[in-house]
Design a protein around this ligand. Structure first.
Ligand SMILES: Cc1cc2nc3c(=O)[nH]c(=O)nc-3n(C[C@H](O)[C@H](O)[C@H](O)COP(=O)(O)O)c2cc1C
Length: 200
């Protein structure tokens, strides 16, 4: 007995954390690209980036970035970035989607730039977790040439003291990532339990 039906959703954003990807523009300023396609394996984070974004162009030319993780309370500032691109001129499809060119996304979203320690793009001070990273590989799959799979290696982790427990652990009760759930923003509910490997 099943209660499922076949559907054809336009997107499959099934609830992943928002990452504010900082990359370096040609003129040395820092661009911010909101993304939600990312996953971590050990010290590596894999990103999915659409072709045509300034973030991807920057990573191809200058392969360093900062993966800033906003708290759920920052959702409106993330949404202020949503219709902006650092790409000028922008691809026709972005124009049709109502994007506008914005060279200074920090000011546009009222975010504070902080210098990084191991990479050139700046960090976002308001984000409780900031991962500096270098790009190890950029691959455009031959079966779908509209996005790139970007493999990064984290070189430094900055964590707000308020979400740190002990010396090197994140306190999951204090960290409330912003989730992108089928184009809606969510925070976390209360804890359900933990995995047997948890050290906290
Ligand atoms: C919450 C959110 C999640 C997004 N996730 C992605 C994503 O995972 N990959 C992607 O390429 N674009 C994603 N986008 C769209 C990019 O933000 C958009 O392409 C933007 O133009 C990137 O900025 P840039 O052109 O200055 O790099 C997302 C947008 C929002 C608001």
């Amino acid at each position: 007995m099943t209660s499922h039906v076949t559907i054809h959703p336009k997107i499959l954003y099934y609830g992943t954390p928002v990452v504010l990807l900082c990359t370096e523009n040609q003129d040395g300023t820092t661009n911010i690209s909101p993304i939600s396609s990312s996953w971590a394996l050990g010290n590596y984070v894999i990103l999915g980036l659409g072709l045509g974004s300034q973030g991807l162009e920057n990573l191809r030319e200058r392969p360093e970035c900062v993966l800033n993780l906003p708290n759920a309370s920052l959702w409106q500032q993330v949404e202020a970035l949503a219709p902006l691109t650092g790409r000028n001129p922008m691809p026709a499809y972005k124009k049709e989607l109502g994007f506008r060119y914005e060279p200074d996304k920090f000011t546009a979203a009222k975010l504070t730039q902080v210098p990084s320690e191991t990479v050139r793009p700046g960090r976002i001070g308001e984000c409780p977790l900031q991962l500096e990273a270098i790009v190890r590989s950029i691959r455009i799959p031959e079966y779908a040439q509209m996005f790139a799979i970007v493999e990064t290696e984290v070189t430094r982790v900055h964590a707000d003291k308020q979400i740190v427990r002990g010396e090197h652990h994140i306190n999951p009760a204090a960290w409330n990532p912003l989730l992108y759930n089928f184009r809606h923003y969510y925070g976390l509910g209360s804890e359900l339990g933990k995995t047997y490997r948890s050290e906290t």
